[in-house]
Each structure stands twice: as C-alpha cells, then as structure tokens.
Design a protein. Structure first.
Length: 101
C-alpha cells in the first residue's frame, strides 16, 4: 500500500466523531489536517435530499504522493440522507469503501 493511501486511511480513522454527525446544510470545510480535508459539497437536488461529503488532497502537505493528487477528490462521494441516522463509524466505513487512490 502506498504512502498516500496509508495517510488517507489514517485521516479517515482520525476524524473526530463530532465532525461526522450533524452535517451543515451548506457547502464548506468540516475537518482537515495537513494532507486532506473533509468537505460538505452541498445537498443533492433529488428527493430525498442527501449530504454530499468528499475528501480532497491538500497542496503543501509535505507528502509528495499526496501533493500530486491535490486538489482532487481522493475518497467519496459519500451521500447520506438528511433524515438518515448514521453513526460516525458508519460514515468512516462508507469513506473507506470509496477510496479513489
């Protein structure tokens, strides 16, 4: 497994539980570290509405293999219905199933 993938898995596993619940209704940054950021990309247009969550690589991370991926999406999208009740671990598992590197 490459350095970028290992770093991404560690990022996903380290996201605080509080950041994986009660998502914002508008676009924006949810959590980040030097290598990656978890973003809310907005709500889907269909019914039912779903949160569109994605993880992107950051520039200037200090990890060459991650920097080459920036600013691309490296995990996701994870779509979670606004009425769905999911645990933080379930969200992590969804991201781990949608690794793009």
């Amino acid at each position: 497994m490459g350095a970028a993938k290992k770093a991404l898995i560690a990022f996903i596993e380290d996201i605080p539980d509080a950041k994986l619940a009660g998502f914002p209704m508008s676009r924006g940054l949810i959590w980040y570290n030097n290598c990656f950021r978890l973003d809310m990309q907005g709500l889907t247009s269909g019914v039912p509405k779903k949160y569109n969550l994605q993880i992107q690589a950051n520039r200037g991370s200090g990890v060459t293999t991650v920097e080459k991926l920036a600013p691309d999406t490296v995990a996701g999208p994870v779509l979670i219905g606004v009425e769905d009740e999911v645990t933080p671990q379930e969200v992590r598992d969804m991201f781990l199933q949608k690794l793009l590197i």
